[in-house]
Design a protein around this ligand. Structure first.
Ligand SMILES: Cc1ncc(COP(=O)(O)O)c(C=O)c1O
Length: 433
């Protein structure tokens, strides 16, 4: 039996209508930006395997780091024990994260990094004697993950709707979605007026709010919305004015995806809490980080054990994942990875901007290593056009997974100029036809 037939007998896939799903890609191998299938196809991974891969698949240095660590210790409980990979990774992260983030709390994926951040913010205020400050304010079009807290903070959408009765209420403020401006203004002449909505929510709910939670510079699953940097700077100022914490969810944007190591750098912002995952391990293994400032950490120190941060997972700080993450950060030092992302950004801009002339194209957005084409007309994740376009790209051996009417290209940074050019030509041809 083929892999697909065996899969069909027992496996259940994420976000997948198993009754109507087209045959799956049976992947047997990966190298660089390519995935190889059981039936001999070579497919360019244009979505970095769900936004995680940055240096390419099956990278020799990362493979070696993983194998070497497996010879030492593969996994150990992280309460009461520590290990070299976790300590060294924390040291290296503190060196590269926005200044002031000195404390690294580990978990094991993006949703749990966010979940831990929300809980950390609430308990911070409780430990400081302000337990009424337990709420979160988020933004429209947000996506923060699939656990209950992360879903509560995410936009009401097809991702969350079946679970609405389980979620806690989260006020949502406008996001700077310039193409579909919530205030009907134009970016060229507006003064980031959409920030006023966040200010209003804080004026109303501020005293009950622990933190504002954002995806800085790029809201991903909610529509690949690229922000003006002024909005990010403004959010920090408003949080300071109302004395609430700022949580930056950089699960997607961290590690160079927007052209800076962290998206917060676009506005020289240090959040109080920073969430990392995905490219943290270069796409090798699940790992989450919720980093905090000393001020947050200090609020948990007490002779009372009950004030400790009660959150943890079996695979917290898995040594294999930490070892690969260290090797990935070494690659950033050994070669000019961010410079490479900068060149990719230029190429994406040059290749995608002309598509604005197509009647089906509503907007083109580029930031760092991500190029986005929003089609005019029907929007939403379930818009049928997304599935049809995905199939058309795949026929050309390009793996993309449009978010409904939003087509985006987010390859591993290891992609060459020629491979990028080829992929952009496929995108242009498919949209044109
Ligand atoms: C901004 C953001 N936060 C959190 C998550 C959740 O991460 P995970 O899928 O690892 O749980 C995602 C996933 O796409 C994300 O894009």
């Amino acid at each position: 039996m083929s892999l697909n037939e065996r899969d069909g007998a027992h496996v259940w896939h994420p976000y997948t209508q198993m009754l109507t799903q087209a045959p799956l890609l049976p992947i047997v191998r990966g190298e660089g930006v390519y995935l190889y299938t059981e039936d001999g196809r070579k497919i360019l991974d244009g979505i970095s395997s769900w936004w995680v891969n940055i240096h390419g698949h099956s990278h020799p240095k990362l493979n070696a780091a993983l194998a070497a660590q497996a010879q030492q210790i593969e996994q150990v409980i992280f309460a009461g024990c520590t290990h070299r990979p976790a300590v060294e990774l924390a040291e290296r992260l503190v060196e590269v994260m926005p200044p002031g983030l000195n404390r690294v709390f580990y978990s094991d994926n993006g949703s749990t990094a966010v979940e831990a951040a929300i809980k950390m913010a609430a308990q911070y205020w409780r430990n400081r004697g302000e337990p009424q400050r337990s709420g979160v304010i988020a933004l429209h079009h947000a996506y923060h993950g699939d656990t209950v807290g992360a879903m509560s903070a995410s936009e009401d959408s097809v991702f969350t709707r079946a679970f609405t009765p389980l979620l806690f209420p989260v006020p949502r403020a406008h996001s700077p979605y310039c193409y579909r401006c919530p205030l009907d203004l134009k970016r060229a002449t507006c003064r980031i007026d959409c920030l006023g909505d966040l200010e209003r929510r804080l004026a109303e709910h501020g005293e009950r709010t622990a933190a504002v939670l954002i995806e800085p510079m790029l809201q991903g699953a909610g529509g690949m919305i690229v922000w003006p940097a002024e909005f990010l700077g403004g959010v920090r100022q408003i949080c300071d004015r109302y004395g609430v914490l700022l949580i930056a969810d950089e699960v997607l944007t961290g590690f160079g995806r927007t052209g800076r190591m962290f998206a917060c750098e676009h506005a020289q912002v240090t959040p109080d809490i920073l969430c990392l995952s995905k490219a943290l391990t270069a796409g090798y293994l699940p790992l989450g980080v919720t980093a905090a400032t000393d001020a947050i950490y200090q609020a948990f120190l007490s002779t009372d054990r009950g004030r400790a941060f009660f959150h943890g997972h079996s695979y917290t700080a898995n040594p294999l994942a930490c070892a690969v993450a260290i090797a990935s950060l070494e690659l950033f030092h050994e070669s000019d990875v961010l410079g490479r992302v900068g060149r990719l950004e230029q190429q994406l801009r040059a290749g995608l901007e002309p598509l604005r002339a197509l009647p089906c194209v509503g907007d083109v957005r580029v930031i760092g290593g991500i190029g986005v084409v929003e089609l005019a007309g029907d929007s939403g994740y379930l818009a049928d056009i997304g599935t049809r376009l995905g199939a058309a790209f795949l026929e050309r051996n390009l793996l993309l997974r449009p978010l409904g009417n939003i087509v985006y290209f987010m390859p591993p940074y290891a992609i060459t100029d020629a491979e990028t050019e080829w992929a952009l030509a496929q995108i242009g041809d498919v949209l044109d036809s």
